[in-house]
Design a protein around this ligand. Structure first.
Ligand SMILES: Cc1cc2nc3c(=O)[nH]c(=O)nc-3n(C[C@H](O)[C@H](O)[C@H](O)COP(=O)(O)OP(=O)(O)OC[C@H]3O[C@@H](n4cnc5c(N)ncnc54)[C@H](O)[C@@H]3O)c2cc1C
Length: 389
């Protein structure tokens, strides 16, 4: 049966990450690290040291079940009031874990444990294929016995800085691709001849700088190809569900941070000789924000529960969660800005940048509209089945 009660282990986990987050992510430092477009080495290493210190030796791969990862990301995003690289790291490791051979994956994991940095960025979106990833144009083809990569990727987090790129490309040597185009993943050094990276300026989420990447007649070694597991697009779509959970966990944490700032301001600010928290319209805003936070958490934990229990409706739960949470979080942040008045519209308060960060999550990992595109047929199917019963 679905339950919200946290186990003693989960409570210990949250307490440890809260202690880490509240010590490390002071508002002044977070402001600076957003300007620097990333976290310092000791902070990312501090995260991985703590993360892996909880690892149980019997647990597979990079440890912690998805519920624990969700709780960690939510708590740290609340402490920082900002999008952190960790959600990106955990999702990218998930992709690598599935598609790479075990030695390639363990090398990447070992590098991450040792440095706190991922050795690769993940490049999938393209100028002409964002939501419609099956329209991907980047491809490999064997020419005169050499494997050649051509194409473009955009919005690649850390694409300018990571030493390697995990590139999704259509395999044009595959003659019978079937229902889906033949998709392959390649882990390639970023300094290969023919690769160029161009920075793109984001309006928020600045600790994860974007880049656009171009590949022009890049010669690949066969061993760059990941061949641990097959599954192509079908498997990629399944794995995207993890990314959607992580991004929603971050949105909930940031919305909670905005709520806390709004309450603190409402308590301290007076207007017309009265604390603004006593004005009915501010009370209403705070009430609606709290309602949203309750709902967001329920959607998040419900989707995670459905994934963990392999429930038949898990795809629908994840799509509904991703449809609901980023937008609701953006609205909470926007209402927090309203409560802070002029201060809320400046860089001196963090609610303005929380709004920017939450807004990006309505686009990243599948837009609000794509969640309708996924949900609607599943809803039709669900009610059709119920009609039959
Ligand atoms: C903060 C952020 C981080 C990101 N990180 C990465 C990353 O690390 N790696 C990476 O590869 N990519 C990344 N992306 C890219 C992201 O995956 C794409 O931006 C997203 O999938 C949308 O694609 P697009 O921008 O091409 O928009 P499009 O697909 O062109 O969509 C444009 C508009 O049309 C709507 N639309 C499209 N299809 C439909 C439909 N069938 N029905 C209704 N409406 C539709 C969309 O909802 C949107 O409103 C990131 C994006 C953001 C904002």
């Amino acid at each position: 049966m679905f339950s919200f009660a946290l186990s003693p282990e989960q409570q210990r986990l949250i307490a440890a990450f809260r202690n880490f987050g509240e010590t490390v992510f002071t508002p002044e430092r977070v402001f600076q690290w957003k300007r620097d477009q990333g976290l310092p080495d000791d902070v990312v290493k501090g995260f991985t040291d703590l993360y892996f210190s909880f690892e149980s030796p019997t647990e597979q791969t990079f440890a912690h079940n998805i519920m624990s990862q969700t709780l960690i990301l939510e708590e740290l995003s609340r402490c920082a009031g900002a999008t952190l690289p960790f959600q990106n790291d955990l999702f990218n490791l998930q992709i690598m874990n599935w598609f790479a051979e075990s030695t390639t994956f363990s090398d990447a994991l070992e590098f991450y444990r040792r440095t706190g940095r991922l050795m690769f960025s993940f490049a999938i979106s393209e100028p002409t294929a964002g939501s419609d990833s099956m329209g991907m144009q980047t491809f490999t083809k064997t020419v005169d016995g050499k494997i050649i990569l051509n194409g473009r990727k955009n919005y690649v987090n850390n694409g300018e800085y990571s030493p390697n790129i995990l590139v999704a490309a259509i395999d044009k040597d595959e003659e019978t691709p079937g229902k889906y185009p033949a998709l392959a993943f390649w882990l390639i050094p970023r300094n290969l001849h023919g690769i160029r990276a161009y920075p793109i300026n984001k309006i928020g989420q600045s600790m994860l700088p974007f880049a656009s990447l171009s590949f022009e007649d890049v010669e690949l070694k066969p061993e760059y190809r990941l061949s641990g597991n097959e599954g192509g697009f079908r498997q990629l779509f399944r794995l995207l569900e993890f990314g959607r959970v992580f991004i929603c966990a971050s949105s909930v944490g940031m919305a909670q941070a905005a709520m806390e700032d709004a309450v603190a301001h409402a308590r301290n600010r007076t207007a017309f000789g009265t604390p603004i928290s006593q004005f009915q319209q501010i009370e209403q805003l705070l009430t609606d924000m709290e309602v949203s936070l309750y709902n967001m958490r329920m959607m998040l934990y419900r989707a995670v529960w459905d994934i963990e229990n392999d429930a038949s409706n898990k795809r629908l739960s994840v799509a509904l969660m991703k449809r609901y949470i980023p937008k609701a979080a953006t609205e909470v942040a926007s209402n927090a800005m309203q409560i802070l008045g002029g201060l809320g519209y400046t860089e001196d308060s963090r609610v303005s940048s929380i709004w920017e960060d939450c807004r990006g999550n309505q686009i990243a990992q599948g837009t609000d509209q794509i969640m309708v595109y996924i949900s609607a047929p599943l809803i039709m199917e669900k009610y059709e089945k119920e009609d039959v019963q």
